[in-house]
Every structure is written in structure tokens, then in C-alpha cells.
Design a protein around this ligand. Sequence first.
Ligand code: F6P
Length: 369
Amino acid sequence: MAAEHKQIHRIGILTGGGDCPGLNAVIRVVTKAAINKLGIEVLGIEDGFLGLIRNRIRPLGLNDVSNILTRGGTILGTSNKADPSHFMIGQADDGKPIFEDVTQRVVEHVREREIDVLVCIGGDGTMSGADNLVKQGVPCVGVPKTIDNDLMHTDVTFGFATAVQTATECLDRIHTTASSHHRVMIVELMGRNSGWLTMHAGIASGADVILIPEIPYNLDSICKAIIKRSKIGKRFTLIAVAEGAKPKGGQQVVNKIVHDSPDPIRLGGVSTVLAEEISERTHRETRATILGHVQRGGTPIAADRVLATQFGHKAIQMVAMHEWNRVVVMKNGRTDMAEIAAVANKQRVINLDDPIIGMARAVGTCLGE
Ligand code: F6P
């Protein structure tokens, strides 16, 4: 199947992992360009790799992708639990999950449907699934999405800018209550083990304290910053904390374990823990708000519509040029390619010498150091 000069007749497209704004924009450009420019048929795979496991695959035509550019989520559905190499098929009597490698079933479905190349839109988990298929001889092209912005070898993923915008709007709203009630207000953002989302939204909203996983925090420094603000007449403090933030020498707060997910740990709750600790130490009224999935929803902002379209366009060009088994990336403002294997199951975090950290310090933000 991976013959270098094989004529492409049909591609499959799937969206895997957590949803984010801009997925439909990618599906739209890939489908339109495949049909209109290259004369290639497109099959839509439902719910990410789950659709390949269960053979839930449907033709995608121009009408299917009409009027979807502005829609959040994904018209194909997605799943962040369906890893074919480690797929949960049931539970033992003691409740323990039973896993099976169903990769061959997926490969058979790809062959039965005569899919020449699979376009896989997703984050590091989806790229790991794609890498597994590449190793079985199924050509794949990756498109990088995630609100976490944590995919390796790309400066940016689509969905991130919209999530930053949404989170910033939430922080702005909470800012007013913080100020009116003279409270410490803590807002918890998503992002897994990376602080990109929290750092960007924190800077954009002028948060007084920004806590990210890359810089384990010291409670004393946070409390000192709150008290220092009070002394200069600022009777409130707005704190943006990443779900993956942890105290120096301490652990992240785990919300739940999703056993059938390839990445089973779901973080969450650090803001509630911090609120207790801060109010106890500073005697300031403190509240915590966990933004949760509101950060993944809604219509993509214009920048994400453009970026998703740019990534999808590059992906279909890569399909046509036989640049398979690679993922689209953005480097210094230009689209490029990286090996799928190089981004699979890896997460890009903020380097401590990243200018964004200096920028936050420059405006006097406490980073909990
Ligand atoms: O990777 C995207 C993301 O939203 C993370 O920021 C978050 O930790 C996780 O997914 C939540 O996953 P779920 O939708 O399974 O709760």
C-alpha cells in the first residue's frame, strides 16, 4: 500500500482525541480540495480510531462539508479512548479492564474500504495511533490540533487561540467580581502538563499570579504577593492556575482516572486545594472556578479558522505529493512537516528560558517562584 508512486483514489479522514474549535475547518478544506482539485474520494471516519475499529465509515461529499467552517466540535465525532493497540474490550469479574490489540482489524477495514491515505487530525495520542498504523503499512498524514498547544515540533496547534480567547473572557468576567468583592479569585485552566493556555490567557487578562506546571509553586510566594498587593491598596488578586500546576516537591491534583483512555489521568482540582490554603494563610475571602470543557467548545475565532484551513490545505498537498507519514507543523510562521513518529506520545512544555516567562515577569506577575 505504501508504494511511492501509487495513484491516490480515496482518502479517509478522522478526528481523534479531545475536540477543539477548528476541526470542521480542516475537514472542510481537505474534503473540498480532495474532490474539487484532485478528484479524490473522501471517506469520513466516525469517532476517531473507534470508527476504524468498528467500521463506522461514511462517504463525505461537498454537501456534507458545506456550512461547517464556523461550527465548533467535529461533524465526524471523536474519541480520546480508542487506541487500537490497547483497546478496552470489557472488564474482568474483579472490574479490571481487559485490553486487546485490535490494530489488524483496523488495517483490514482500511483495506476493505480501499483507503489509500488516512488524514488523522489530532494531538499526540492521535499521532501515536497514526504511527502505529504507519508501522503496519497504512500511509497517514497528520494535522496538529489541541487547545493545550503541546504538540512537539510545531510552534502552534489550531484550537489553541480560540481556547485562549474563551479563557481570557472568563478571566475578565471573574476579574470584575474579584475587584468588587475584594477577593482572591482563582481560575483553573486546562492544558494537561503544559502551561501554554494558562500563560497566554493569564497574560491577556492581566492575572496577578500565573501558575503553570513547568514552574512548581511555592505557597509562601503566592501569599506574599497577595499581601503585598493589599498593602499598596489592591484589595483583590486574580490567579490563573493550570490544572497541571503543582507545589514545589508536591504532586499534581488528579480528578479522575479514565481506565480505557491511552492517557488515563485527568487532572483537575488544584484551584480548590489552593483556595483553601490561601484563605487559611492570608485570611482573605477566596473562591475557585474551574473552567473545564467550556475552553474546548464554541465557534473557532478567525485566526483558528485560517490556521485550520492552512493546516488542512497543507495536509491534502502532502497527500498528493506522497509526503506521507508526516504531520503538518508550523515553524517560524511557515507550514512545514515533521515525522509522525517524532510527535507521537510526546508533549511540548514551556522552556524556562521562553520569552513568554520573561514577559510575565516584566509586568510584575507572580509566577509562584
Ligand atoms: O487535551 C485536551 C484536554 O482538554 C486537556 O486540556 C484536558 O486535561 C483533557 O483534554 C480533558 O479530557 P476529557 O475531555 O477526557 O475530560
